[in-house]
Design a protein around this ligand. Sequence first.
Ligand code: EPZ
Length: 417
Amino acid sequence: MEKIIIHGGRRLAGQVQVSGAKNSALPLLFATLLAPGVHRLGNVPALRDIGTAERLLKAFGAQVDRQQNQCTVESTKIDSVEAPYDLVRTMRASVLALGPLLTRLGHARVSLPGGCAIGARPINLHLKGLEAMGARIELDHGYVEARAKRLKGAHIYLDVPTVGGTENLMMAAVLAQGTTVLDNAACEPEIVDLAEALRGMGAHIEGAGSDRIVVQGVDALRPMDFTVMPDRIEAGTFMVAAAITRGNVLVQGARAEHLEALICKLREAGAEVTEENRGIRVKGPRRLSSVNIRTSPHPGFPTDMQAQFMALMVLADGTSTISENVFENRFMHVCELQRMGADIAIEGGRATVRGVKSLLGAPVMATDLRASASLVLAGLAADNTTEVRRIYHLDRGYECLEEKFRQLGGRIERAVE
Ligand code: EPZ
């Protein structure tokens, strides 16, 4: 196994380029199942999860080729509709194959994803929506078996504005017969990116980015030729890195309209955040001020930035309250931060963070993707050396992270355990 070794205490400075968004590239890759032909997808990040999605597409019978960050998918011949457990269990986003396979071929057999470190993460709303569109859904030995001659448009209200559920149902609706309305839909920028790509394939979609999406089904779609949006969570991670190290960093490709809640909170914490034509510049203050955050669906404070922001608050003057309202178990970075000297108390979904003057480097363990990022940020700010183990979690969602931090002056390297 590999680990990351960080010699902390250096200010980050310079500029860093954001990669394509993992959480947009994943649904976009599954959207290539919706139409035969050769699909072209640009700015695809080189990540473990992307590799898993590509393996899944090949398991369905598609041909997949990747040259650097350009991915080509030939999905004319799909000769399997089964997403096997050994792939789905490593990446829950595999359930996004359900909608496309079902609406194009009338059949899909996808393993239930099972548990996840950060929460139960059921897919009941995905399945309820597909049933409303006329699908017959059976649970068979841990697999979802879905069949439908042709899906029919339906008016679906989502009890929770689920990102994956919105994406799955939007993809199912584009080839359904009639009109589908998704109410209480998720509004994340990745939903807008997916809708734009689907419209480029000939789909009729209105309202993406709002809580009501209306899809007029069509009989067939053409292949996509699309470029993935920049990764707003990677961008946010670098913005926090600048703030926590009193640095001065230009995050190239970052779009302020995707990160308004984070930008407000960074400014509240004393960071200087300015938009430049090529991205967002963040200057960290000499002393950080404590700030309270509550995670919520977009446009609220993103749950995927909660762990990173907590690392920042560990070193702020005063006491911060961090409330995690999206997932039930997304505080696993806390005990690792405490090993570095953080003063954090957890009560249910709320963390109370009392700022400390400094953190001490220590050997720590990554437990999930964003918790890993939080530990790297703490290591960059800590005195002496921090070793982050089990960094395969990190590789799921960050492309060449240590190289990018080295570009900014960080002393950080990857080593074998
Ligand atoms: C997406 O996960 C992201 N993953 C997550 O990013 C992100 O944290 C999450 O959205 C919230 O923004 C991808 O896009 C690949 P949800 P998803 O369905 O779609 C409940 C990362 O770090 N729910 O919006 O699985 C669920 O339990 C990852 O990059 C139901 O109850 O999230 C959760 O509490 C982590 N029933 C809440 O909704 C359902 O059918 C939000 O989940 C579906 C969801």
